[in-house]
Design a protein around this ligand. Structure first.
Ligand code: E4P
Length: 217
């Protein structure tokens, strides 16, 4: 499963990139607002750090303006992936861009039928929001399961990008289902490294090693 960081925090992206485990980055207008930076500049900087897809979201609601915005965004770097909302205009834009070979991430997906439409529109990625689904009393992981089944039934190439990931169990369940990608805030990705027994074991080994009086170097 690929790991994308859901952030525009440059230091956090550099930090994760250094692990060799980062496969891409996702942003949205709220994340850009939080960064306090100019949209095109921050996307350009992220694209220089990360080789994989960097999602940059259009904000227009109509197809014609989405295409104009996408034209600006995709010129930033070859690894920009245009993010469009799951609306009729968003999917028209998805179809047009993907037909031209541009990567497209269809966002704000909350049903398996929406995911089916996005795949038919040639989406590179579909982004079902599991956290927001759970927040509203639905089962986010059941949605991922349903999309996996449908995409496998028809051999769609669209990758399932599990979004709105809030905690390590979301990552675990997504991997068990066979999602292609998950995107999470850096704090959630860092939490995947942690286990209390790893810390405890390390402390015990360090204490015993100290007692040997030896040094490897
Ligand atoms: C990713 O592409 C989404 O924009 C993001 O995961 C949304 O997460 P949130 O529901 O925590 O805002």
């Amino acid at each position: 499963m690929k790991f994308f960081a859901d952030t525009a925090d440059i230091d956090a992206i550099r930090d994760l990139e250094a692990t060799g485990l980062l496969d891409g980055v996702t942003t949205n207008p709220s994340i850009i607002h939080k960064s306090g930076r100019k949209f095109t500049e921050v996307i350009a900087e992220i694209c220089k750090i990360v080789d994989g897809p960097v999602s940059a979201e259009v904000v227009a609601l109509d197809h014609a303006t989405m295409m104009k915005e996408a034209e600006v965004l995709r010129k930033i770097a070859d690894n920009v992936c245009i993010k469009v909302p799951l609306t009729i205009d968003g999917l028209k834009t998805c179809k047009a861009l993907s037909s031209e070979g541009t990567q497209v991430n269809v966002t704000l997906c909350f049903s398996a039928n929406q995911a089916l439409l996005a795949a038919k529109a040639g989406a590179t990625f579909i982004s079902p929001f599991v956290g927001r689904h759970d927040d509203n009393g639905f089962d986010g992981m059941q949605l991922i399961d349903d999309i996996r089944l449908i995409y496998d039934n028809y051999q769609f190439d669209t990758e399932i990008l599990v979004a709105s990931v809030r905690h390590p169990v979301h990552v675990l369940e997504a991997a068990k289902i066979g999602a292609d990608v998950m995107t999470a805030p850096p704090s959630v990705i860092h939490s995947l490294f942690n286990h209390v027994l790893t810390d405890k074991g390390l402390a015990a080994f360090a204490a015993d090693w100290e007692k040997t009086g030896q040094s490897i170097l």
